[in-house]
Design a protein around this ligand. Structure first.
Ligand SMILES: [Cu+2]
Length: 324
């Protein structure tokens, strides 16, 4: 199995830089930071000096100062030159990062309440985990299935809104193997803070190994036992953000947006379509077409429909059955 070490950052205040998009942004950031430090110190020092020097003194009558053209030109032109520098640093980085490399691999990114899903060129979908090959250029095609989200990878210094009804794009080439993080950077409701994913950047040989099992369970026999794999899929699909960890129906001591799933299998459920006996078929329908039968009392929150391979669905169902 692959193991990952946390990646050390070489910048004292920013997370590690793990894609080619990061260095130009860090350069602009560092320039602005040190520029501000130097001027804050210089202006504060001048201020203190003048406070002491021009303090009111007995017997001295203050006189109003006149116009000093040279000084005024100096403090107008100098900052203007610096602003051009700042603009140049920001704009060249922006243009560079807005251009996709020739032949970039396209990956679809879908945001929905409250998870991220990644679709590879093969058509395989992976929830909650984006796996990339080190050194390969990528283009992400980002969209939302419900409300406004924002796809943010701090290690790549990349953030783009996921807007319902349109695509947005980011492009990059990963430059360091390891794990990076995905956050949603646009408040999108109750479990916004749980809308997370990981990015795994693998060296080419390991990537090939991973690719062979794309859409399947990655891991040893024990980890891939249906209920165990189902548990991981339950987390990665963001089911926990609505049904609570372990399907307990609780998040942080309060009632979760979706109903409790523990103990659901085998009992009768009250739905808008009348009472149903909860079996495998009801669970399957609840995941693929959640609006077919709505649990009584839950008409105001919408569970989004999920698209899964049968194998993945079987695993999730096995996990829900195991919740007591
Ligand atoms: Cu969001």
């Amino acid at each position: 199995m692959l193991s990952f070490q946390p990646v050390e950052s070489d910048n004292f205040q920013l997370p590690p830089s793990m894609a080619d998009t990061a260095p130009p942004i860090d350069k602009a950031y560092d320039f602005i930071f040190w520029f501000s430090v130097v001027f804050t110190v210089a202006i504060t020092a001048a201020l203190l000096y003048f406070i002491v020097k021009y303090k009111r003194k007995p017997g001295v009558k203050p006189e109003p100062t006149g116009h000093f053209m040279k000084l005024e030109l100096f403090w107008t032109i100098t900052p203007t030159i610096f602003i051009f520098f700042l603009f140049h640093a920001g704009f060249t980085g922006y243009i560079r990062n807005a251009t996709a490399a020739e032949g970039a691999t396209e990956i679809r990114v879908r945001g929905k309440k409250w998870s991220w899903e990644f679709e590879y060129p093969t058509g395989d979908r992976e929830p909650g985990e984006l796996t990339l090959e080190l050194g390969r250029p990528y283009k992400m095609i980002i969209s939302s299935e419900d409300v406004l989200h924002s796809f943010y990878i701090p290690e790549f210094r990349m953030k783009r809104d996921a807007v319902p009804g349109q695509y947005s794009f980011i492009q990059f080439t990963p430059t360091k193997a390891g794990v990076a993080n995905v956050f949603c950077a646009e408040y999108c409701g109750t479990s916004h803070s749980g809308m997370l994913a990981t990015v795994k950047i693998l060296p080419p040989a390991e990537y090939k190994e991973w690719e062979k099992k794309l859409g399947d369970c990655q891991g040893g026999a024990e980890e891939c036992e249906p209920a165990k794999w189902g548990e991981r899929l339950f987390v990665k699909n963001g089911c926990t953000t609505c049904h609570g960890a372990g399907g307990t129906g609780e998040i942080g001591g309060s009632k979760s947006p979706g109903p409790k799933l523990a103990g659901l299998f085998g009992r009768d459920e009250n739905t808008t379509a009348g009472p149903v006996h909860v079996d495998e078929n009801y669970l399957r329908e609840s995941i693929l077409r959640p609006n077919a039968k709505i649990v009584a009392g839950y008409a105001t929150v919408q569970m989004p429909p999920f698209v899964m391979k049968d194998k993945q669905l079987d695993a999730v169902i096995a996990y829900i059955k195991s919740l007591k």
